[in-house]
Design a protein around this ligand. Structure first.
Ligand code: CA
Length: 705
């Protein structure tokens, strides 16, 4: 029978409708803007769960009365042994997580059955320009796609069902100085991402992309370019750049300027603003290239129109930053009663040690309160929030070392905070860790690598047991429940070391956090009473999340020690007790009793260096070069953490040729140790070898005491 044109049209429409209905109710229904605005109770759809980045779940099946019955439901071994920083997302029964090297894995969230995996095959040589390990903090979900940003600067869209690549594009200005570790966010149907790199020659930016094509929709550069070229190409942000250029000295643009947007991106539907934090100005030492001034918009929170990327307001938390006080930490939005009035506020606890509360719409300073000991500032202006800077903290002026509290790792780093609207507390993963700053003399920017203008050798940890013990005693961590309204801690838990995990709070009156020592812990949200813990075998730096399927609540955490604290802090690297990386995704539920395999025994390494037969001048020069080029990955004073090789133990220090083949010849390029021939010559490599031999012998002597 021949169908009429009309009946054929009707049939076609019915088929199309049916196909649409299948897509809506099939195994993977798309994540919509409406879902992101109002996240279903059992799901976790973006990095901080919702646009406000509260990391608060309304689920309460697991609660203060039964959390002691929480057990391991399933776990998955990760195939990398580096720092794990990602928060898993869960939508429609599927859990999506990233691991080190920007790899993505999808699991059945109920059973742990692997569904697909994606490896962007980041060149391992990228590691040399990643300040803080090959970490990645997670994916974004929108429609039928998964978005991941790779360490080497690509933004990649994957098919949510299969993990196959739909599009991929490089979103950083170049792949010599930029990396991406943060999770993309989707805001009003656009994918937002920034980058890291303010310790190299990077210019910070955040940009928005069409999820279907990867086409750039808008870009906000956080620092101005060369004024000689005019600011016209900044488009709607021309005036914002003209204003910012007045706050810099000399030729700041030659080193990029810094201000990278490496973590926080928050959307506020009420004001249609995207809020993000910016990193330090480059170089850290403002006198090193004469960039002195406030250096806008670095170390700030900036708000832009979500549709256009146009500047609306900024609040600079650390003007004239010289301490690496990035403001990139997560920004949380909530309605809070302050002085009897409901205020729509952004809450921020950046590296600089103050909890800031700002009006979301205007950026106006409401309050700023130190929540840890602070010595770089003597107070904040009560009206503007601008800090008064301790003259001794301007180390480039005094010519002396300044030991700052907090230090460069920050009172709070990337580890996500959580805000519970039930308790009104902001749960802050807190570091109590000082850092010594000393300006490098006659510093010149190189064409390559770490570039901060400091003398790392002069302030390196001495081979002195008392000094090391004193530093260990003074370096700890805390979980702080901060009462936002009353501007004081409601409770605190003291932790052995810094760099503990991010935080989850729930309606079950619970707060979950993993520790650097490898314990996954639940506390009561209102009082901080420890109710439950699980030995995870490796340090935890990532944040937990929770979801529900078929009426059962699950709590998930990615375990795996690493990140900046491990690679950079020398003798303090294992202060939290982790000591090794065993990377796993662990998922818990009530009544489960899964067991982990027994952990392998700990390695015991004994120092056995060749005798030191160089000159003191050679070792000093080697130490200075080590401080500038090597310490960021191999550790302060040549003592490494658990991830990167400890060069005091390396067989290569016994042979000038062997070390030269690596440092100059690039023999280990594929393992992340690229050739440093752009910065170092053969006699430099030999001087570094002499320094390493000297250090190894010093520590061997200490160990025998
Ligand atoms: Ca930084």
């Amino acid at each position: 029978m021949r169908m009429s044109f009309v009946s054929r049209m009707v049939a076609a429409s019915a088929l199309a409708l049916a196909a649409g209905a299948v897509a809506q109710s099939g195994a993977i229904a798309g994540v919509t803007e409406a879902m992101l605005r109002n996240v279903p109770a059992g799901e976790w759809l973006s990095y901080g769960r919702d646009y406000a980045e509260q990391r608060f779940s309304p689920l309460k099946q697991v609660n203060e009365y039964n959390v002691d019955q929480l057990g391991l439901a399933w776990f998955a071994e990760m195939d990398t042994a580096r720092g794990q920083e990602a928060t898993p997302l869960v939508h429609d029964g599927v859990l999506y997580v990233t691991t080190a090297w920007s790899m993505v894995k999808a699991y059945d969230a109920k059973t742990g059955k692997p569904l697909w995996a994606f490896d962007p095959k980041v060149p391992r040589s990228t590691l040399y320009r990643a300040c803080c390990d090959a970490v990645n903090r997670g994916v974004a979900l929108y429609g039928d796609k998964v978005f991941v940003a790779a360490l080497d600067g690509r933004l990649i869209a994957l098919d949510q069902k299969t993990g196959s690549v739909i599009w991929s594009k490089t979103v950083v200005a170049n792949q010599t100085d930029y990396t991406i570790t943060g999770a993309p966010r989707v805001v009003k149907g656009r994918v937002l991402i920034g980058s890291a790199g303010s310790e190299y020659k990077a210019r910070g930016s955040i940009s928005a992309y069409d999820p279907e094509t990867g086409k750039e929709v808008w870009r906000f550069n956080t620092v101005p370019g060369n004024p000689a070229q005019g600011f016209g190409k900044e488009g709607v942000n021309k005036a914002a750049h003209e204003a910012a250029a007045k706050t810099w000295g000399n030729k700041w643009w030659e080193l990029g300027g810094g201000g990278t947007v490496w973590d926080s991106i928050t959307y506020d539907p009420e004001t249609n603003l995207v809020l993000f934090g910016t990193g330090n100005a480059e170089p850290w030492n403002p006198a090193a290239n004469g960039r002195e001034g406030d250096s806008l918009y670095t170390s700030s929170i900036v708000a832009v129109n979500a549709d256009t990327g146009q500047y609306v307001w900024h609040f600079q938390e650390t003007p004239e930053d010289r301490w690496d006080f990035d403001s990139d930490q997560q920004i949380t939005v909530a309605d809070v009663m302050i002085g009897g009035q409901k205020r729509h506020v952004a809450m921020h606890a950046p590296k600089n040690g103050h909890v800031y509360v700002l009006d979301v719409k205007t950026g106006k300073f409401i309050s700023g309160t130190p929540w840890v000991p602070v010595n770089w500032a003597t107070g904040l202006d009560p009206e503007t929030g601008r800090p008064s800077i301790n003259p001794e903290a301007r180390y480039e002026k005094t010519g002396k070392a300044f030991i700052s509290l907090p230090g460069a790792v920050g009172a709070h780093s990337w580890q996500p905070q959580s805000y519970s609207p039930k308790t009104g507390y902001l749960y802050i993963p807190t570091n109590l860790a000082a850092y010594p700053y000393m300006a490098a003399k006659d510093w010149k920017a190189g064409s390559f690598g770490w570039s901060i203008g400091l003398d790392g050798y002069a302030v390196a940890m001495p081979a002195d047991l008392k000094a090391q013990d004193d530093a260990k005693v003074a370096t700890t961590g805390q979980l702080v429940a901060w009462d936002v309204v009353n501007k004081k801690p409601a409770w605190k838990v003291d932790l052995l070391g810094p760099s503990n995990g991010g935080v989850l709070s729930t309606a079950g009156n619970l707060v979950f956090q993993g520790t650097a020592g490898g314990e996954f812990v639940a506390y009561t949200a209102d009082k901080g009473e420890k109710l439950w813990s699980f030995p995870a075998q490796s340090g935890i730096i990532a944040a937990p999340m929770t979801y529900a399927i078929d009426g059962e609540q699950y709590v998930a955490i990615l375990v795996g020690w690493g990140g900046v604290w491990d690679v950079a802090t020398g003798v303090l690297a294992n202060k939290g007790g982790a000591g090794r990386n065993i990377s796993r995704l662990m998922v818990f539920k009530l009544g489960a009793s899964g067991q982990l395999p027994a952990p392998p025994p700990m390695n015991q390494m004994v120092l056995d260096p060749p005798p030191f037969n160089g000159t003191l001048a050679q070792a000093t020069k080697g130490g200075q070069l080590y401080g500038r080029y090597c310490a960021m990955c191999h550790g302060d004073a040549a003592i490494s953490g658990s991830l990167n090789p400890d060069l005091r133990h390396s067989g290569t220090i016994g042979s000038a040729e062997a070390l030269k083949a690596i440092v100059i010849g690039g023999q280990l390029h594929e393992m992340g140790m690229v050739s440093f021939k752009a910065a170092l010559k053969a006699p430099d490599a030999e001087a570094i070898r002499m320094y390493l031999i000297k250090r190894a012998n010093e520590d061997k002597a200490l160990a025998s005491r």
